[in-house]
Write a protein of this length. Structure first.
Length: 306
C-alpha cells in the first residue's frame, strides 16, 4: 500500500459565491499541497459570475456541488458536509475560498489531529494575504466578562509568541480541520447565524462534548480578509457581527456574565457610534442600530442534527 493511503482521508470543502477569481487561486494552491490522501469539493452557492464554467474548464475532474440558491456560509458548507459523511473521509477541512495555502499546511494539521483522539478541531496560523508577515489569526478566544470574541495576534507582526501549539476557545471558520465524529456527535453548523458566529458556536458545542480545539502554528495559510463581503469594516459586517455576537452570548453566557457584558458592550458601542458620527459615517451608525434590532427579533435555533 502506498504511504499516502495509510494517512486518513481528508475531504477539503471550499465554498464559492461569486468569487470565481479567488476560488481559482485557492484551488490552484490546493493542487500543489503535499498531502495526497484527499478529496477536494467545491460548493457553489448559485453564483452568477461565470464561476461554474471557469471551474469546469480549468478543473475538469473537480468534485462540484451546485446549490440552487445562496445558502450562506453555514448552509452551503452543511450541504457538502452531509454529502461527505456518506463517504469514507475521516477528517473534513472547511476552507474559505479567499485563501492561499502553504504546500505542507495540511500535513501539520492532520499530524496534530492524529496525535490525540480528544482533539476534535485543529486550526492553522493565518496571515493577511496583502501583508504576509502580519497575523490575522493565532487562536480564537472568548471573554465572557466583556462580551468580546477576538483573534489572538490580530494585526500583529509574527513573533515567537505565536509559535506555541495550544488549546484555544474557538476555531475560525476560515480554515478548520474537523474530525468526522465531531459532526456525528454534535451536528452541523448552525444556519440561524446567517453569517458570522457559526464557527464560534460550533466550537463551543464541540468543547461542551469533550473535544479539544488546538491551534497548530507550524501550519499556516494566507487570507484575503472579508473579500466575500466587500473587504474591511463594511456596514454588512457591522450589522451581522452585532447580531451574531448577541446570539452567541444569549446562548452561552451565564446570568452573572450579563452584569458586566451589558454596560461594557453599551459603552463600546457608544464610542464606536460617536467615532462614526464624527466621521459623518451615518451608514455605519444605521448598520449598528439594525444589528441590535435584528438581535432582538431573532431568537430560535436551527435543528443541526446530521
Amino acid at each position: 500500500m502506498n504511504d499516502h493511503l495509510k494517512k486518513p482521508l481528508v475531504e477539503i470543502i471550499v465554498l464559492n459565491w461569486n468569487g470565481k477569481d479567488d476560488s481559482i487561486e485557492c484551488l490552484r494552491s490546493l493542487s500543489k499541497i503535499s498531502y495526497k490522501n484527499k478529496i477536494i469539493t467545491l460548493v457553489d452557492n448559485a453564483s452568477t459570475d461565470g464561476s461554474m464554467e471557469a471551474f469546469k474548464g480549468e478543473f475538469p475532474t473537480l468534485n462540484i456541488i451546485e446549490n440552487d440558491s445562496n445558502l450562506r456560509y453555514a448552509g452551503g458548507n452543511n450541504v457538502a458536509i452531509k454529502n461527505g459523511l456518506k463517504g469514507k473521509a475521516s477528517l473534513f477541512l472547511i476552507l474559505n475560498n479567499d485563501t492561499i495555502v502553504k504546500d505542507n499546511f495540511l500535513d501539520f494539521l492532520v499530524k496534530t489531529s492524529e496525535s490525540d483522539t480528544n482533539i476534535g478541531i485543529v486550526v492553522p496560523k493565518i496571515y493577511y494575504h496583502e501583508e504576509m508577515g502580519k497575523i490575522w489569526y493565532a487562536g480564537g478566544y472568548v471573554n465572557f466578562a466583556t462580551g468580546n470574541i477576538y483573534h489572538r495576534g490580530l494585526r500583529k507582526t509574527d513573533t515567537m509568541g505565536y509559535d506555541k501549539r495550544e488549546e484555544v476557545d474557538y476555531a475560525t471558520g476560515c480554515c478548520m480541520l474537523i474530525r468526522r465524529e465531531v459532526f456525528e456527535k454534535i451536528g452541523l453548523l448552525d444556519e440561524n447565524y446567517f453569517i458570522y458566529g457559526e464557527d464560534v458556536d460550533f466550537s463551543f458545542r464541540a468543547t461542551r462534548s469533550g473535544y479539544k480545539i488546538v491551534y497548530e502554528p507550524q501550519s499556516f495559510i494566507w487570507h484575503k480578509v472579508t473579500s466575500a463581503t466587500g473587504g474591511g469594516l463594511t456596514t454588512f459586517k457591522i450589522q451581522h457581527r452585532i447580531r451574531s455576537n448577541f446570539r452567541f452570548f444569549s446562548e452561552y453566557a451565564k446570568w452573572y456574565h450579563w452584569i458586566t457584558i451589558i454596560p461594557i458592550v453599551f459603552l463600546r458601542t457608544m464610542f464606536f457610534i460617536l467615532g462614526r458620527v464624527i466621521r459623518r459615517d451615518i451608514k455605519s451608525v444605521n448598520a449598528a442600530r439594525k444589528g441590535f434590532s435584528d438581535s432582538i427579533k431573532n431568537s430560535g435555533r436551527a435543528n443541526n442534527n446530521v
